[in-house]
Design a protein. Structure first.
Length: 184
């Protein structure tokens, strides 16, 4: 259910784009994100900072798209969001001396500090690369191709990256049911 709520605005954006075009889709994405945040606030009593940031970015860049009647702004929105997330990880590490990846996942998994740093750098690099890739697709291909990439390419790359991270993390997993060595 959480996954559906997280991807609710992008799925509605995709469908609205295919039916009505970029400007209606942008309005739908703004409205869907507002509804998403309101639902999360009502259901859980709080909204994560990254979700507030996502709302701010869609309102600013989506609003600029609608006001200027230029799809350029909405095409920049994923890049800005990726770069803000990567920047937050860097600022956490260097300014606040906190690893935000560890803050998010530390209760679920125990890792050495070097692994946490590696994860932080990996996610920072991933967000930086995704921002650049989004701009390349936005300016090299049609808007239709960009929208398809935004949904399928972005999610596919995210899934592949998460699976790679899982493979990395598996080196640190402790077996909760170790096999007993048979006695000779």
């Amino acid at each position: 259910m959480k996954l559906l709520i997280d991807f609710f605005p992008i799925i509605l954006f995709f469908v609205a784009f295919k039916v009505w075009g970029i400007y209606v889709a942008t309005g739908v994405a703004i409205a869907a994100t507002v509804v998403q945040i309101a639902y999360l606030r009502h259901k859980h009593g709080k909204v994560e900072p990254m979700q507030w940031m996502g709302l701010g970015v869609i309102v600013v860049f989506g609003g600029a798209t609608l006001l200027a009647h230029s799809e350029t702004f909405i095409k920049w929105k994923p890049t800005v969001l990726y770069w803000l997330m990567g920047s937050a990880l860097l600022i956490g590490q260097f300014v606040f001396r906190r690893n935000f990846i560890k803050s998010l996942m530390g209760a679920q998994i125990e890792l050495p500090e070097t692994a946490w740093r590696g994860l932080n750098w990996a996610w920072t690099g991933f967000f930086a690369a995704m921002g650049v890739l989004n701009l390349w697709v936005a300016y090299t291909f049609s808007t239709d191709a960009w929208v398809n990439f935004k949904l399928f390419g972005g999610l596919g790359l995210m899934l592949a990256f998460v699976l790679a991270q899982a493979a990395f993390l598996s080196r640190y997993m402790k077996d909760s049911h170790p096999e007993k060595d048979p006695q000779p």
